[in-house]
Design a protein around this ligand. Structure first.
Ligand SMILES: *Cc1c(COP(=O)(O)O)cnc(C)c1O
Length: 472
């Protein structure tokens, strides 16, 4: 399997090449040259597979450059019952006798769904780097959950360092403590005086400096990484197969969304032939995606227009993986994608809504809704009252929107993207008591913090990276 850029038909190589590369040289994102198709008979046969074997079957066609036994080993080390709390890895639980289900994606080391992709990334990086005799310095940006998931996945990996940017003071106390309390020789936390989009722009600016990038072996783990998208598509298969519907029957899924990575993974699964009927985007007040699916207008917001909300991991002004979806909707028209994304970079609304691509979007099965702080509070309280189950604010965005789209007799699977213990303040506000916290995080806010605070300035960031690498 080869990969192409969304902005040209430029050949980006095989899985291991795009794994380490980040953005394509033309600024686009990596996409597989075709999407393998899974027959219903194959899906039936997959019903009895373990999570690990299912992950192997789903990902195998995309990864032609890692031998089978090695790939199975990587997957086995990524997804252990010990790390994820159960053999199921991502259990599906039905809420009472309703048609609402929660797909539990947050039982891993950092208590958010990003662990699913990151644990795989950590193992596959270690394997590929060792094969190639290379080192990698991961430069990433996080609005909360990516950072801790990446850091927990890279602990002890001796050919990888992590430089993780986070928006200063914008994450929950628990999220900050989860990252900043780590005292690991290969992990550097950097708090930027700005919002998440500023952090993302800094990462882009460093990557735009080709000399710096190659001198310091800079790589990425942010949500544009293809391996993350691929690893996440596995649990859509798992959820469908666990839902109890006959193979071929409809299931709907609702996804709390920010950078559109999770949802795109679902769309990939659907494109492979998984019978997902509707895929619903749940946005918070930062409703770029909801606006697009309602109007066809993709109106990117500058950092200063991004609201700080109680589902902070969805506080984005643009959705990086959205380009992949529009690429598929445009039938792989790289020239058109290039024009549209140039318009976006110049602050314009691209003309997607006036193009045949908009018709394809409307037929894609995607839909969207949005929720507010009050909706989240009501949903957290309502789900606890009705089903004795506490959910986090991001999951609440998903459940709130999912319930609006739910149809009788069709399972509505809402993705649980974090555990409520990560967002204590909002949970307290909603139900008046905190969520139970896994013992290993009991007193985490009181641990010493290791973090470098810097201005929103790319030169400052580059000198910090250079300085840290000179020390190590
Ligand atoms: C990252 C994150 C999201 C958004 O996922 P995307 O793939 O960026 O759309 C939603 N909820 C939580 C808890 C997250 O950490």
């Amino acid at each position: 399997m080869h990969y192409l850029s969304t902005r040209s038909s430029h050949d980006l190589g095989s899985f291991c090449d795009v794994l380490l590369a980040g953005l394509a040289p033309d600024g686009g994102l990596a996409m597989p040259e075709y999407i393998p198709q899974i027959e219903h008979a194959t899906l039936s046969a997959w019903q009895k597979l373990s999570y690990q074997d299912l992950a192997f079957e789903v990902m195998r066609p995309y990864i032609s450059d890692i031998p089978e036994a090695e790939l199975r080993g990587i997957i086995a080390r990524s997804y252990t019952a010990e790390k994820f709390g159960s053999e199921a890895i991502t259990p599906l639980s039905r809420l009472g006798a309703s048609n609402l289900y929660l797909l539990e994606l947050s039982n891993g080391p950092s208590l958010a769904f990003k662990d699913i992709a990151m644990q795989f990334l950590g193992e596959v990086f270690e394997y590929v780097l060792a094969q190639r005799g290379e080192r990698l310095n991961i430069l990433g940006a996080t609005s909360g959950d990516t950072g801790s998931a990446a850091e927990y996945a890279m602990i002890g990996k001796d050919n990888v360092n992590v430089f993780m940017l986070s928006p200063h003071g914008r994450m929950s106390a628990f999220q900050q403590a989860q990252m900043y309390s780590l005292q690991e020789p290969n992990i550097v936390n950097i708090a930027v005086q700005g919002v998440f989009d500023d952090c993302q722009d800094l990462v882009k600016a460093v990557n735009a400096d080709a000399d710096f990038k190659s001198q310091y072996h800079i790589g990425a783990v942010n949500s544009i990484n293809w391996a993350r998208i691929l690893a996440q598509s596995v649990y859509y298969f798992k959820a469908y197969l666990a839902s109890g519907v006959a193979i071929g029957e409809a299931v709907d899924v609702c996804v709390p969304s920010g950078n559109f990575g999770n949802l795109f993974s679902g769309y990939l699964a659907k494109s492979m032939g998984l019978p997902l009927r509707r895929l619903i985007v749940a946005s918070n007040e930062n409703d770029v995606l909801h606006e697009f699916f309602s109007t066809g207008k993709y109106r990117v917001r500058p950092g200063k227009e991004v609201a700080k909300t109680s589902s902070p991991s969805m506080d984005i002004g643009k959705a990086s993986n959205f380009e992949r979806f529009i690429y598929l909707m445009s039938d792989g028209d790289g020239a058109q994608i290039t024009r549209w994304w140039q318009e976006i970079e110049q602050g314009h609304i691209p003309s997607i809504h006036e193009h045949g691509t908009w018709q394809a979007v409307k037929e894609s099965g995607l839909g969207a809704g949005r929720s507010t702080h009050q909706d989240r509070l009501n949903t957290i309280a309502g789900i606890e009252r009705r089903f004795a189950r506490l959910i986090d604010p991001h999951t609440a965005d998903g459940v709130f929107v999912g319930e609006q789209f739910a149809e009788e007799n069709v399972p509505m699977i809402c993705l649980e993207t974090a555990l409520p213990a990560k967002f204590e303040d909002t949970v307290m506000e909603a139900v008046g008591h905190p969520a139970e916290r896994p013992a290993r995080f009991a007193d985490i806010e009181n641990l010493p913090k290791y973090v470098e605070v810097i201005e929103n300035d790319v030169e400052k960031l580059k000198s910090l990276i250079a300085e840290k690498l000179a020390e190590s």
